[in-house]
Write a protein that binds this ligand. Sequence first.
Ligand code: AMP
Length: 249
Amino acid sequence: MKVLVPVKRVVDYNVKVRVKPDNSGVDIANVKMSMNPFCEIAVEEAVRLREKGVATEVIAVSAGVAQCQETLRNAMAIGADRGILIETDVELQPLAVAKLLKAIVDKEQPRVVLLGKQAIDDDANQTGQMLAALLGWGQATFASKVEIAGDTATVTREVDGGSETVSIKLPAIITTDLRLNEPRYATLPNIMKAKKKQLDTVKPVDLGVDVAPRLTTLKVEEPPKRQGGVKVADVAALIDKLKNEAKVI
Ligand code: AMP
């Protein structure tokens, strides 16, 4: 059973992003980029499935600029068997990514596609769901536990106030939540081994996919600066401020 793991290159989660002066987006020049944390969890889970003998091959795929190769090498250092780069300089939106992934799924025929539940840059939380719709496959999103036996996956999902366990027929889409696992560190020998693993490059046109953006970003703004707090003398003064200044009661 092949498992396909789409991995996205995003601004590292430790970086405090800055909005561009013209409000057109976020400045990513000279900023540290890394694999989206939810994708790392997906790679780890896929590798564990292979180690358990459930999966036979783990294929990492990334769509974006040439530097996404680093993200793929990182996935291969964690344990993915090979990588596919869908190379483009166009800024990709989730629908375009889902169409590209569908083309790869048609070619590679995985039984499971394991994605992150969301990318920490666009916070879209759409790609897995759109891919499920395009393929006509079932989906189990926000997984905190995955068990696969035969043609069925049993997935525990994080829902409001608890967890829900669902059973889903393969082939299926599964998206990972934070508590699914703790990804291993890539060791130096595995980083070296990853350099020799197969990495194929294709272009969106080779896959017959039009990746032109469908949404236009109107503006991106910093959150409003927090005002300093004040100490009030008594409850009456607090109620007065809430009523007349904050106007919340
Ligand atoms: P999003 O819908 O953008 O929040 O992303 C959810 C998940 O879709 C990510 O965690 C990845 O697994 C996958 N994904 C999104 N964009 C890409 C991309 N450019 N290349 C590969 N996988 C992607």
